[in-house]
Structure formats: structure tokens, C-alpha cells
Ligand binder design. Structure first.
Ligand code: BTN
Length: 285
């Protein structure tokens, strides 16, 4: 791994070691890792790197963010040392494997961005399970939760030009300690250490998340998205038969979840009929 200094700093030894231990699984993914103690938003740095031509698998990590953001224009509270703040540059080209027909996954299409987001959710849920033993679930579209309390959020931002996907920045924030979320979130958030009742090794969690992401992404070109979607569904019991509310034209509508379709959109049944939620907001009742 080569550390670069984009107003960043050297990668801490424990992080570098944890990543090196997984070289066989990473296969060049995370070969470039930019590390910050504090940054505005790792997604912004990764976006700048991607616009300048950074390779697939370039990673930006920060111990704190001053302008961390979440989905739907929300802030992502990112105080020092309380969470892991990570963004990864993904490019469509490496997801094509010349040896395989790419029937179900056109890597340059805009829908591929949704596939990449769900793939990232599966990878992160599996990584947190492997690294900590916690039985985490997924909540559509991509929150990693424990008993309905949020542990990790994912923000995927796509760059599209002339209707084709150029790159996607997948950013994720993992709560390591309770200080990672403001007290007013009350019972709706949790952290690895709060759940486990012991300290966690952030370097190991980071390296495992990158290794799982690299592995799951390598499944996509060989028609692997349906299998990833199946795994996503297994990891998301609340995507079937749960009472929820969906945000529709500014109003919360009661609904029942009915699985996801082949594109990863959430299917719900409302009093007014079936709905397909593509990029919306869903909350549990
Ligand atoms: C959400 O659940 O709303 C998504 C949260 C995503 C937060 C991460 S932290 C690293 C990356 N940088 C950001 O500014 N946001 C994402």
C-alpha cells in the first residue's frame, strides 16, 4: 500500500498492517489509501480524486469529519475517534470481466449505481459480522442496524455523464463508540462498542470492510448481482412483511414491505396500492 499526502497524513501502522494481512483478498483494491485525522467530508475528497482520474478502489479514511453528510441532505455527526469515516472510488470498467457475458449487469448504466450501493451494504454487513460477531441486519436501502438501531450508514454518490456512469463514491460511517451520534438520536442509533461491551480494533474493522467490499464487487461481472441481492434479502428480514411508513410527496404513508425487485427497489403495499420505492425514505412503525 502506498500512502499519499493529499494534505493527509501517513497511514497508522495498525491500519496498514490490518490491510496488508488481507492483501490476498483485496487484490490491489485499497492500494491507494489517503488518511486524515480530520477532513471536511471523505466523500468530497474521494470525489475530487475520482474526477482527477483516481483508480477503482482508491480509499479515503478520516478519524473525524467537519462536514460529514448523510442521505437526504442530512448531516453525519463525525466527532474525533468515535467512528470510522470511509469513502471508496468505484469505476465501472474493472467490473467488466472479459471472460463472462454481462447479461444482468451493465457496468456503465446508471442502474449499476444502485447495484453497487446494495453490494456495498451486503459487504459491510458481512464485514461487521465477521470482524465483531454481531448479528447485524440491513434496513432498506442500506443502513446496517442492530435490533433496529443504526450502526452504519452508506452514502453512494454517482457521477454520470451523457447518461453513462463515470464513477461512484461509496462513503460509509461506522459508529465505533456512543460518542459517534448525538444524544437526541436516543434509541435510534448504536455503536460497535455499546453492543459488544468491549473495545474494538478500528484498523481490523476498516480492513475487513474493504476486503469484503473488494470480494463482493468481484462477483458482479460474472452475473453475480442476483446472488448478492439474494444475500441482501437474507440480511434484511424487515424488507418483507414489516409495517413501515414511506415518504411520498412530502407525506408519510403507512405501508407493508414486500421484498425488493431485480433492481433493488423496495416494493411496498399501501392503502392506495403497490408502490416501488427507488430512492426514497422508509421508516419503521
Ligand atoms: C446515511 O445513513 O445517511 C449515510 C451516512 C454516510 C456517512 C459517511 S461517513 C463517510 C462518508 N463521508 C461523508 O460525508 N458521508 C459518508
Amino acid at each position: 500500500m502506498s500512502a499519499i499526502y493529499l494534505r493527509g497524513q501517513a497511514v497508522p501502522r495498525d491500519v496498514a498492517d490490518a490491510i496488508a494481512e488481507r492483501a490476498g483478498r483485496l487484490r490491489g483494491f485499497a492500494a491507494r489509501l489517503v488518511y486524515f485525522e480530520t477532513v471536511g467530508s471523505t466523500n468530497d475528497v474521494a470525489e475530487r480524486l475520482a474526477a482527477d482520474g483516481a483508480d477503482h478502489g482508491t480509499v479515503v479514511v478520516a478519524e473525524a469529519q467537519e462536514q460529514g453528510r448523510g442521505r437526504m441532505g442530512r448531516d453525519w455527526f463525525s466527532p474525533p475517534g468515535a467512528g470510522l469515516y470511509v469513502s471508496v472510488v468505484l469505476r465501472p470498467e474493472p467490473l467488466v470481466d472479459a471472460g463472462h457475458a454481462v447479461a444482468s449487469f451493465d457496468p456503465g448504466s446508471v442502474m449499476a449505481a444502485a447495484s453497487l450501493t446494495l453490494t456495498a451494504g451486503v459487504a459491510l454487513a458481512e464485514a461487521l459480522r465477521f470482524a465483531t460477531g454481531l448479528a447485524v441486519d440491513l434496513k432498506w436501502p442500506n443502513d446496517v442496524v442492530v435490533d433496529r438501531r443504526k450502526l452504519c450508514g452508506i452514502l453512494a454518490e454517482a457521477s454520470v455523464s451523457s447518461g453513462r456512469l463515470q464513477h461512484v463514491v461509496v462513503g460509509y460511517g461506522i459508529n465505533l463508540r456512543p460518542a459517534a451520534y448525538p444524544p437526541d438520536l436516543g434509541g435510534r442509533a448504536t455503536s460497535l462498542e455499546a453492543e459488544l461491551g468491549r473495545p474494538v480494533d478500528a484498523g481490523q474493522v476498516l480492513a475487513e470492510s474493504l476486503a469484503c467490499l473488494a470480494e463482493r464487487l468481484r462477483e458482479l461481472p460474472a452475473g453475480g448481482f442476483p446472488r448478492i441481492l439474494e444475500r441482501w434479502t437474507q440480511l434484511s428480514p424487515s424488507s418483507r412483511g414489516a409495517a413501515v411508513e414511506v415518504l411520498e410527496a412530502g407525506a408519510w404513508i403507512p405501508a407493508r414491505t414486500h421484498g425488493v425487485d431485480a433492481d433493488g427497489a423496495l416494493l411496498v403495499q399501501t392503502a392506495a396500492g403497490a408502490r416501488r420505492v427507488i430512492a426514497g425514505e422508509v421508516r419503521w412503525l
